[in-house]
Design a protein around this ligand. Sequence first.
Ligand SMILES: Cc1cc2nc3c(=O)[nH]c(=O)nc-3n(C[C@H](O)[C@H](O)[C@H](O)COP(=O)(O)O)c2cc1C
Length: 374
Amino acid sequence: MNPKYKPLFEPYTFPNGISLKNRMIMAPMTNFSSNEDGSVTDAEVNYYARRSKGVSMVVTACTYVTPDGKGFKGEFGADTDDMIPSLQKLASAIKEQGAKAILQIFHGGRECPPDLVPNGEIVSASDVPSERGNGKAPRALSGDEVETIILAFGETTRRAIEAGYDGVEIHGANGYLIQQFFSPHSNRREDKWGGSLDKRLAFPLAVVDEVKKVTAKYAKEPFIIGYRFSPEEPETPGITMADTLQLIDALADKNLDYLHVSLNDFWSKPKRGLEDSRSRMEIIQERVGQKVPVIGVGSLYSADDVLKAFDTSVPLIALGRELIIDPDWVEKVETGREAEIETEIDLGAQTRLVVPDPLWQAIVNTPGWFPGVK
Ligand SMILES: Cc1cc2nc3c(=O)[nH]c(=O)nc-3n(C[C@H](O)[C@H](O)[C@H](O)COP(=O)(O)O)c2cc1C
């Protein structure tokens, strides 16, 4: 290995004592490839196994905690105990290659396609339609239903423990239900779950508390609990960088094992809410990095890109598209072959890259999403 890349390969120990062999993590990526009943397919298990050797930790694609939270065709399920064998299959495939396996737990809220949820009825904090996807007005959840979904995040955590995962990541990012409760765009409630910023925080924090409670009850060994968030929303009203500082202050007091920032560009800068010319990552790291480890991500294609990202003092870096494009990204750096890293998708290499058909189709049919697809 070129010694300058040593920082990528320093071991890392989480506050709860679990150690990672290096600083490189596979970012959560939906692959649209599970069976109709929510069980994982061999194709997706093979896809994960192919990418779990170099990185120290793999965060799975998101999995729904209740049937009305299914956000993608071919998303895998974790909403009943019947799914435990399927969840186990995925955890084992990842762990057999030497990485820690983290299950990303999720509810899609108003972003769910109506044809994927029971009775076509989508739900959210309030009845405000999304400006992003289907545009259909969701039904506002009743107070009892909110409590049921919080418990479902806990139940899915128990299943993750039983299935052998090393942890869960609470998906509070990318505009899905947990973020919908924090957002002034989608949350217009006037009960204890909405109104002031503090009340909009109540649902995300209640999910964290429930996941922690279940973990304390069922996990026999240290179990990682992470939380992913998006720092800003494009909508007006919408979450601003100033709101996010309040969110992460509250999360940092929860003794989580990590916070994971969801960004497409690691170096992107705040758009609203803060007069600060630094990147969002630097601001977040400065604000809470001493209290909770932060994972950074976003368009870090080369070994030098990742090295530079570590200058921000962020301890861990996730790679998403980079690992689809080149499953050997980490091993190449580790063995001094960083110049051989592929940074554009080879459109003739689906079999070599071990990518399931539905994910491959999504990649090749979405111009601009992946480098190499015009
Ligand atoms: C195919 C694909 C699926 C994704 N699915 C998820 C997901 O299930 N959960 C999530 O939090 N982020 C998801 N993301 C976002 C990635 O985790 C990551 O933040 C983003 O791709 C930017 O990182 P990158 O430049 O390393 O790819 C997805 C991204 C891609 C490309």
